[in-house]
Every structure is written in C-alpha cells, then in structure tokens.
Design a protein around this ligand. Structure first.
Ligand code: FE
Length: 169
C-alpha cells in the first residue's frame, strides 16, 4: 500500500476512535442531566465509531499494512444543551466526511482500487451520519424551550439500538 494512503488510514483510525470518545463523553454528559434517551443515542454512536475504526483496522491487515495507534486527543466533557451537542456532532461529522473524501482522492491518484472500494462504504456511511445529525439538530431547534417536546425527543432517541456495521460482518 502507498505510504500516503497508509498514513491517512492510520489517521482515520485515530479519528474514528476519537469520535467514539467524543460521543461517549456526550453520552455521560446527558446521563448526568437525566436525558437518558439522548444519552442512549450517543452511546450507540460510540459503538458505531468503534466499528468504523475496526473496519479500517481489518482492512489494513488484509492489505499487509501496519496499523499504528496514536494517542487519542482529549474531548470536551460538558455540553450545556442538546442543541450544543448536536451542533458539535454535525460539525464533527462534516470534518470526518472531508477526511474520508481525502483518502478516496489519494486512492484515486494512486490507482489503489481496493482502497477506493473500501471507501465506498464510508462515503455512504457519512451521508447517513450527516443526515442523522441534521435531523437531530433541526428537531432540537424546533423543540426550543418546550419541555414536552424535549421529553418526547428524548424518548424517541432512547429507542435507538446498536447494530454491528455490515462491513464488519
Ligand atoms: Fe465514523
């Protein structure tokens, strides 16, 4: 595997694990505030991000490339409102999308067809991640200061279940 692509995928593994850490931090933040449904949503997100890291981890090994684990940067520990957390979520997912697109660009330049193919799953996944983040963000904007709205939204997010990523099976 091309060294630039190897480095970019290693950076992506770190970014996915950092994402997991970020969402777990959001999860505990909302548990502490009694918003258990929103917390559940972020805890499921935490598991999905770990899957993303593992898909790349396995892919690197399949290609005979070396996974190099770097330190995980610290994350915020406090979000004053669901609005703040979902704003951060959307902004973060947009950054992740740009990173995935960059790996794909490097793979195209290097004529690395296998990596391009692996990136297809991530490109599709990022469309879903951004859509979901936008959906949650517009919901909390609509709810504003309405306690009943927040109560119902929290209940809805409490129903989210974790399913292992198809690309890991
Ligand atoms: Fe991810």
């Amino acid at each position: 595997m091309n060294k630039k692509i190897e480095d970019a995928i290693n950076a992506q593994i770190n970014a996915e694990l950092w994402s997991a850490y970020l969402y777990l931090s959001m999860g505990t933040n909302f548990r502490a505030k009694g918003l258990d449904g929103i917390a559940n949503w972020f805890e499921v997100q935490f598991k999905e991000e770990q899957d993303h890291a593992m898909i790349l981890y396995k892919y690197m090994q399949s290609r005979g490339a070396r996974v190099v684990l770097k330190p995980i940067a610290k994350v915020e520990t406090e979000w004053k409102s669901p609005l703040e957390a979902f704003e951060d979520t959307l902004a973060h997912e947009q950054k992740v999308t740009a990173m995935i697109h960059n790996i794909n660009k490097l793979a195209i330049e290097a004529k690395d067809y296998a990596t391009q193919n692996r990136m297809v799953w991530f490109i599709d996944e990022q469309v879903e991640e951004e859509e979901e983040a936008e959906k949650n963000l517009s919901a909390v904007k609509m709810i504003g200061d309405n306690p009943l709205g927040l109560f119902m939204f929290d209940k809805e997010l409490g129903a989210r279940e974790y399913h292992q990523a198809s690309a890991l099976k």
